[in-house]
Design a protein around this ligand. Structure first.
Ligand code: KG4
Ligand code: ZN
Length: 391
């Protein structure tokens, strides 16, 4: 069947048309057209996503992108070009979500096709199986599967015991990981979105660490010196193990909040505040200091994410681990995850093009839900935006 999918939950407007076949465990997808419009430039001056501007931009973008994907797929909008429509209904910014939903409802009514509401987070999980052009399939996955979802709005660990069933086993109690990257970047006058910029600085600092970063941090010690253990039993579990790395003038250490808590929850706001105090204490930041802070901050986030994921992996005996969402393209996170998981666990990341928000993943999740629910969909009038939608 041909499916048109729409994503407008945050600052990306995106529409995809795919031709899809198969059941929920062997679906195969062919992308006919994919078009998107990022609003990064619009929001950059505010240092974050401004919901009313996002809404305005989505409303402007949607009809343009629709024309584009129909043209690329050689389909006519007057002749019921697709068999169904999938749209993100949450979680996300409600004014932004509504723009996609209203647009999708109008099309579904006009073409008389089913409208499938999609959970954006399920989209992120499935994004690891996608491509941004051509064909792809969803292979059979070994469960239990654990998904670490890290984006600007979310940080959660989701357990899948049976394919397409999701249970949140841990989540952030305050800021999301991506949000922390963005806020720390803003403290250092780096442009929005901060994740890529901080990550670039941290990578540069890591590469040139002999110059000025020697013994910089606890994570530097744990993650960099080939000492990162490959089983959880070997991971440091005593908070005081870090103390030996605190030392002389140029070295500073940021906290790893909740790293040793007994649950799988995260917290990044204390880390963000620690960066704020550190910056205040230092006074004027030069490029070298910014790079050092970026490195230590990234180490702290990555170390916490990995620690909790490993702990959950051990507890639930996960066979497959998925890392998805905007922060999943972080190089350090990818590298260290690969290192600690070794070859025994299947580790999946999305391709770079699908780490951020996109409508390909929405089409994938929409199709699988549609098939799983035996092609039953809610009444169009009952589909509403749910900003806080959870699994
Ligand atoms: O999934 P996404 O595109 O949008 C949301 O649904 O939030 O994620 C965007 C987030 C932003 O906070 C951005 O700073 C972060 O992902 N991000 C990164 C990197 N690239 C993007 N964070 C860390 N390292 C990166 N390389
Ligand atoms: Zn997202």
């Amino acid at each position: 069947m041909k499916l048109l999918s729409i994503e407008t939950s945050c600052d990306d407007t995106a529409i995809t048309i795919m031709d899809i076949k198969g059941g929920i465990e062997n679906a195969s997808f062919k992308i006919l057209a994919n078009a998107s419009n990022s609003q990064i430039k619009i929001h950059a001056e505010y240092g974050g996503v401004y919901p009313m501007l996002a809404k305005k931009a989505h409303i402007e973008n949607l009809p343009i992108l629709l024309e584009e994907v129909l043209k690329k797929s050689k389909l006519s909008k007057n002749k019921k070009p697709v068999d169904a429509i999938a749209v993100t209904y949450g979680p996300g910014l409600e004014p932004a979500l509504w723009t996609g939903i209203v647009f999708a409802k109008e099309l579904a009514e006009k073409w008389n096709v089913p409208l499938i509401p999609v959970n954006h987070m399920e989209g992120h999980i499935l994004s690891v199986f996608g491509k941004d052009k051509g064909k792809f399939t969803i292979p059979k996955i070994k469960t239990p599967m654990l998904s670490l979802l890290v984006s600007g709005g979310h940080t959660e660990l989701v357990l899948t015991k049976k394919w397409m069933q999701y249970k949140i086993i841990g989540e952030t109690l305050d800021d999301a990981a991506g949000e922390a990257f963005d806020k720390v970047a803003r403290m250092m006058d780096l442009p929005y979105p901060g994740g890529p910029k901080i990550s670039k600085l941290a990578e540069e600092a890591r590469a040139g660490k002999e110059k000025f970063l020697e013994g910089l941090s606890q994570a530097d010690g744990a993650l960099e010196r080939k000492a990162l253990p490959n089983t959880f039993a070997q991971v440091r579990t005593q908070p005081d193990a870090s103390q030996k790395y605190i030392g002389s003038a140029k070295k500073f250490l940021l906290p790893r909040p909740m790293m040793y808590s007994k649950n799988f929850d995260f917290s990044f706001s204390g880390l963000k505040t620690a960066v704020l105090y550190l910056i205040r204490k230092i006074g004027k930041l030069d490029d070298e200091l910014k790079a050092q802070i970026a490195l230590e901050f990234e180490n702290a986030v990555v170390e916490t994410l990995i620690h909790k994921t490993l702990k959950a992996k051990e507890k639930y005996k996960a066979q497959t681990i998925i890392v998805a969402g905007g922060v999943a393209c972080n190089k350090h996170l990818q590298r260290e995850m690969k290192k600690v998981l070794g070859k025994t666990t299947k580790l999946l990341f999305p391709i770079k093009e699908l780490t951020g928000d996109n409508s390909i993943m929405i089409g994938m999740a929409g199709y699988l839900q549609y098939i799983k629910n035996k092609r039953k969909v809610p009444k169009i009038s009952n589909i509403k935006a749910k900003g806080n939608l959870s699994f």
